[in-house]
Design a protein around this ligand. Sequence first.
Ligand SMILES: Cc1cc2nc3c(=O)[nH]c(=O)nc-3n(C[C@H](O)[C@H](O)[C@H](O)COP(=O)(O)OP(=O)(O)OC[C@H]3O[C@@H](n4cnc5c(N)ncnc54)[C@H](O)[C@@H]3O)c2cc1C
Length: 405
Amino acid sequence: MSLSNVVVVGASVAGLRAVETLRREGFGGNITLVSAEPHAPYDRPPLSKQILTGEIRPEQLLYRDISWFAEQRVELLLGTPASGLDINRSQVRIGEQWMQYDGLVIATGARAQQLEMGRSLAEIYTLRTIDDALAIKEKILPGIRVVIIGAGFIGSEVASSAAASGAQVTILESGKHAMSRAVGARLGHALGQLHGEFGVNLVCNARVAGFGGDDRVESVRLEDGWELPADIVVIGIGVLPNTEWLADSGLKLGDGLLCDETLNAGPDAVYAAGDVMAWPNEWWGGVMRGEQWLVAAEQGMHAAKNLLTGRAQARPFSTIPYFWTDQYGCRIQVAGRTDLGELVPLVGEETERPFLCAFRHDDRITGIFAINAPRAFAMLRSTLQQHRHFDTAIESVSKHLAAAE
Ligand SMILES: Cc1cc2nc3c(=O)[nH]c(=O)nc-3n(C[C@H](O)[C@H](O)[C@H](O)COP(=O)(O)OP(=O)(O)OC[C@H]3O[C@@H](n4cnc5c(N)ncnc54)[C@H](O)[C@@H]3O)c2cc1C
């Protein structure tokens, strides 16, 4: 099928990579990039890091100068969320208008999960957009009391940035350890200690019962009756995929938009990419929804290629999930599965820096984790691709491991 009119909904890393790929692969037809946000596409990971600490300015986050869109003949619609999809008529609803497409990429990402309680109080924030980040940055001044709910990677990064700005920071985590959803209990425990080293108070097994204050938050109450004074609260308890606009579309929805292994969402010319969607990832061995920048970027490119190739030739997308997080000057990197098998330290111990470990399952290497060991991590990451035998994989990078010590 030849395409002349592609609509990409969602203008963040997945959507933009799809657009770039369409042009790079020679697609000469119309491209419309539809964005709910009023800003041109920008990079999200620095929001909780260098934007909060003031190391970079918001305009440095832009992936592309606004003139690039005109040069590439991409119609960029800002501040115009899609509100419906009719797959029978191949139309996307934007405001009151229906827009025709013959190829569609859905890349509407995810949003921060909120807490129902405390909704009417000022100074309670979540962090997903540049506007969220700038609002939080304005508040985290020396001495102010910041309470963060959730010690996942967003909560931990906000804690690190707020502490660097001189704020008094407490993290309330309902689980037993920081970051344990992403890296498991043992590494989560070690990362929890990092907070303590930098003066951040991490309280685990803490269940929030409510907030004190009339117009603005003044405290956070826990189920055990403890009440913690707070000038601002940042909630980092996970994300929800933005699929509501697809509710009546007939596409399959679960934890995200459910796609096949080629990232196809059902109709021949409808693909999806990024945090909004779930797909059977062969390398992973099951259906997953990524919440990682690199996975979203790769999927955007892959979805665009498959859209151009046509359904019959569409290739499966299989990837090794990878993410990084920066906390207290440490670069923490994770690839593959840390939820399977035995943790084998390779460089240092988990309370030391640098630290590198790998996960062994059925004598295969399944995952790796590093703190401040980027070169050795990169070498070892390449061995995950082939599900290499554990000892062979480690042997193949042994000289880099020695250099990392
Ligand atoms: C503060 C922060 C720090 C992060 N740090 C890291 C990190 O260190 N490492 C890492 O690997 N990952 C990190 N991530 C995660 C990474 O940024 C995401 O995985 C990535 O942004 C997902 O890209 P996406 O294009 O799928 O969706 P998103 O970035 O969520 O973008 C989706 C876009 O679609 C828009 N949209 C939603 N609904 C509609 C609609 N109906 N119509 C039109 N547009 C719509 C949204 O407004 C948004 O602009 C971080 C995320 C955040 C928020």
